[in-house]
Each structure stands twice: as structure tokens, then as C-alpha cells.
Write a protein that binds this ligand. Sequence first.
Ligand SMILES: Cc1ncc(C[n+]2csc(CCOP(=O)(O)OP(=O)(O)O)c2C)c(N)n1
Ligand SMILES: [Mg+2]
Length: 273
Amino acid sequence: MTPQDLRAMANRIRRRDLQAVYEAGAGHIGGEMSVIDILTALYFDVLNVDPGNPLDPDRDRFVLSKGHTACALYVTLAEKGFIPKEEISTFLKPHSRLNGHPNRTKVPGVETNTGPLGHGLPVAVGMAAAAKLSNAAWQTYVVTGDGEMQEGSNWEAIMAAKQFKLDNLTLIIDHNRLQQGAKLAETNDIAPIAPKLEAFGWAVQEIDGHDMDQILKALSPETVVPGKPRGIIAHTHKGNGISFMSDNVAWHHKVPNAEQYKQAMAELEEAAQ
Ligand SMILES: Cc1ncc(C[n+]2csc(CCOP(=O)(O)OP(=O)(O)O)c2C)c(N)n1
Ligand SMILES: [Mg+2]
């Protein structure tokens, strides 16, 4: 896919996500809009995964540690062919396997259960260490939220990753400066994040997390530094692509009303032109 195709795909995923959250009457739309460009780049340019063989031992592993944005992952997995596109309309319905947080025993393509913040990165470190131990070539990618990085477990994992020289691990931090109900700066202000990761011996890049060219470049094999885990601080906007949601803390898990839905969809459709 060209970067232009990837931008079109991200727009399509945003629209389907918006519709799913609106119809379900629940979801975490702000953090979904902030992470969708990253998910699109990973699934349609970077990850070596096969929807026809989701448990291929040689596949790359991806962990969406900010599991509350599961809906964005489900829509991406559906576009990739892991689950039927029609199934997205069951999101959060009784008996649906598309729950509020991703479950690896239910949804093909989901590598590990997430939702309790601060656990995806430690699990991803274990995955990357396992690949090293078996001399396997597959890569591990993990996306965390920036509020999530306040969890102490992440910093233990960051130390371990350097100690084990996990240059087969990439952490992308969705740095939208907002968490649930508050700004990062108002709670535990961990920004700037890059120097902290660097201090732990990681190879760090800072990018605009909505600029497809920058995302692709940051994720390319050329940016891997031997012996160092790779960290990408992706500067993003919560609610990106929808004017009244963008950078607005209220939209962490708010659901648009009919009028707001119409406006949001119109804005995304216009952006697709
Ligand atoms: C351990 C834990 N504590 C609290 C929550 C509730 N919770 C869900 S999302 C969220 C805020 C996350 O903020 P951030 O990581 O910045 O995610 P994003 O802004 O991308 O939505 C919180 C506190 C949780 N899921 N897990
Ligand atoms: Mg955040």
C-alpha cells in the first residue's frame, strides 16, 4: 500500500469505529481516533501477519496495551481479514466476542488480553525475549497510552528490555497528553518521555503520530539500533480527525448524540475526499 492508500484506510477505520461506538452506545472514541494511524501503518505496512494462519509461529506479535481502545483494533483486524467486517456491528452486544477489551481466546489476531493498564509492555518484553531465546526472526510491537506510562510496571519492563538487549522490540507511546478525565500534566506529569527512555538505554524517536510518512519511517528496519529496544514517542491528538473531540478530555469515553454523530461523520467523509 502507498502512504496515500494507508491514509485512506485510516480514514475508513475511523469512520467504522465512530459508527460502532455510536451504535453500541459505548467505547473509548478519543483514544481510538488518536491511535488509528499507528494501527493502520502497523497492520497494512509493517506486521508480518496472515489472517489465514493467525497462529503462525513465525508471525510478528502486536500488543495493544491500551486495551480500552479495542474497537479500533477490531475494525483494523476486520479490514485485514482476521474477522468478518459484518461482525463489527456486534461490538459490546451480548454474546459477541468483541468485548470492551480484547481477548486472545475469542478474537483471532489478538495476541494477549489487555485492559488493565501497565501489563501489555511487560508481556511484549516476554515475547521479544522468547524470540531471542529461540533465535527467531519475528518482531514484537506494542502500543501504550501516555497516561498508561504512569504505571510502574512499564518502567520495570523498560529496564528489563535493555538488559536483555531486545532490539527486536518496538514500543510506540500514543502521546496525546490526555488520560481519563484529566491532562497528563495535571496528574503525574511524565513528559518529556523521550529523555526518560533514552536514560534507560533505549533508541528513541519522536514523531507526529498522525503523519503517515513519519510513522512508516520510524517503524522501518533502518531505525533499529543493535542491542537497544526501539521507542517511538508518537505525538498525537485524542479525538483526532473530529473537530469537537480533538484534544478534548471529555471525549475519553463519551458517546456522540445523533447530531454530533452526523457532524463527526461528515467531517471524516470530507477528509476522505
Ligand atoms: C490499571 C488500570 N487503571 C485504571 C484503568 C481505567 N482506565 C481506562 S483508560 C484510562 C486512561 C488511559 O489514558 P491513556 O493511557 O493516556 O490512554 P488514551 O489517552 O490513549 O485513551 C484509565 C485510567 C485501567 N484500564 N487500568
Ligand atoms: Mg493519553
